[in-house]
Design a protein around this ligand. Structure first.
Ligand code: OAD
Length: 234
């Protein structure tokens, strides 16, 4: 049976009400990446970083998975082959939409990481982050969100690379193709002989690396693509 690897980005959660990063109204328009998404920014002003993540965590509590998240969960449950979801998103909308074993390569909003000892632990959305939150293992404080920042290595890279070299179809959904290593996954899959498909609101920066593309809002394009795939292959 075929194996499908799906990479998602901020665009899949946009219609749920979570902002994307780039473009008009994106998170990086009002906030300097160096201030809130780098280890140096956290060392300089941890309160500013914690406020930024409390804002994002608060927003997460107000939103729901959309038809694209639900369609991917349906695909995972119904496809006779294997469907692996790798996401750059730190939200939990794939899981809340019913998806399983989601690989969060940029970490998650509902966990903390200790800079001193590397311990990682869950921190439910209902609780606020603050400077006094100490590591339960080594008592170091302040602790940081368990989110991969610029200049840091994404999580699960070996596992992802193994999935890419063993897949028959690679699909990227709602990602601008501007951040590596994720933007390079299409090439790895292509070199391994997989078919490649981009589903996005507009052509991404790496559009020419894909064999084909579907352009449009994810809440419409993804359910339609899943329906067609299940009709033809099941
Ligand atoms: P971006 O904000 O860079 O790109 C979002 C993409 O989604 C754009 O190409 C949009 O055109 C597209 N898009 C917007 N609305 C859409 C919709 N309704 N349906 C389909 N597509 C839509 O977000 P990412 O590519 O996810 O990293 O960004 C990658 C990484 O950069 C993030 O994980 C984050 C960020 O800095 C870290 O924080 C480490």
């Amino acid at each position: 049976m075929d194996k499908i690897v799906i990479l998602t980005g901020a665009g899949i959660s946009a219609e749920s009400g979570l902002g994307t990063f780039r473009g008009a109204g994106g998170l990086w328009e009002n906030q300097r990446i160096e201030d809130v998404a780098t280890p140096e920014g956290f060392a300089r002003d941890p309160q500013m970083v914690i406020d930024f993540y409390n804002m994002r965590r608060g927003k997460h509590r107000e939103v729901q998975p959309n038809a694209a998240h639900l369609a991917l969960a349906h695909l995972q449950a119904s496809y006779p082959g294997e469907v692996v979801i790798v996401t750059q998103n730190v939200d939990r909308l794939h899981e809340r939409g019913g998806a399983s074993a989601v690989i969060h390569m940029h970490g998650v909003l509902d966990a903390l990481l200790c800079n001193a000892c590397g311990h990682r632990w869950g921190w439910p959305f209902e609780r606020r982050l603050d400077l006094a939150t100490a590591c339960p293992r080594c008592a170091d404080a302040p602790t940081r969100p368990d989110v991969v920042w610029f200049g840091e290595m994404p999580y699960h890279m070996e596992e992802i690379e193994a999935h890419l070299t063993g897949c028959d179809l690679f699909v990227a959904i709602g990602t601008s193709g501007q951040v590596y290593p994720a933007a390079g996954f299409v090439r790895a899959a292509d070199q391994a002989g997989a078919d490649t498909l981009e589903i996005n609101l507009e052509a991404s920066a790496v559009r020419s690396d894909f064999a084909r593309a579907i352009i449009g809002p994810a809440s419409q394009t993804v359910p339609a693509w899943v329906d067609a795939l299940l009709r033809h292959r099941v």
